[in-house]
Design a protein around this ligand. Sequence first.
Ligand SMILES: Nc1ncnc2c1ncn2[C@@H]1O[C@H](COP(=O)(O)OP(=O)(O)O)[C@@H](O)[C@H]1O
Ligand SMILES: [Mg+2]
Length: 235
Amino acid sequence: MSLLTAENIVAGYGAAERILKEASIRVEPGEIVTIIGPNGAGKSTLLKVVAGLVPAREGKIVLEGRDVTSESAVGRTKSGISFVPQERNIFGSLSVAENLEISAYQDSTGGKTRMAEMFDRYPMLAGKRGDLARTLSGGQRQILAMAMGLMTAPTLLLLDEPTAGLSPRAAEELFDAITALNQTGLPILMVEQHAVEALAISTRGYVLVSGKESAEGAGPDLAVDPEIRRLFLGG
Ligand SMILES: Nc1ncnc2c1ncn2[C@@H]1O[C@H](COP(=O)(O)OP(=O)(O)O)[C@@H](O)[C@H]1O
Ligand SMILES: [Mg+2]
């Protein structure tokens, strides 16, 4: 059984009601799945539909065999989906510890255990637990955002362009952290602009063009596909 299937999803905003045009993707247990595609293709919209933040006008979302299409965003969090948005994903005027604390929602007991786990896994965050989040470097902020996403103990983590704006070195470190996290057994569905690097660490990838998947394959295969390299590396 697939962990997640999104089938023939139609979604949009206001008058632009068909940004996604029957897009279909799936995530199997243990996978890292990366969605790449041009700006405006609907990649973030697709993650938001999976997270329950944008409603699907058509199609269905099934998580671990259960239809969650009509579940609210909070309901989907409880069902195990955690979404780390591309922007404004941390609270700069709160400390690192406070950012983690509020990400556990109402579960303060579980939250304490979970925070200790995050400090174990990411010693950098432990060292900076009392510092305001806005004092962190770009790469450190992304680690914090990811740790915040883990505070609800998800069964599927959604990451929207985690390496956006990072230096090549910081991006590489973050990809290493994402790989390590996945190796704990957590499936990850991410959107990335650093297409080739992201596909190289992914089990599978999709190319989304104009709201519809146009290619699917093993990550490492897509990463060396001449057509994909031409489109995304301009070479
Ligand atoms: N909140 C919104 N309201 C109206 N249009 C939006 C909104 N968010 C995104 N769009 C439009 O939907 C299309 C797809 O956006 P998005 O999913 O963010 O693409 P991508 O992440 O692939 O760059 C774009 O044309 C964008 O302008
Ligand atoms: Mg986007």
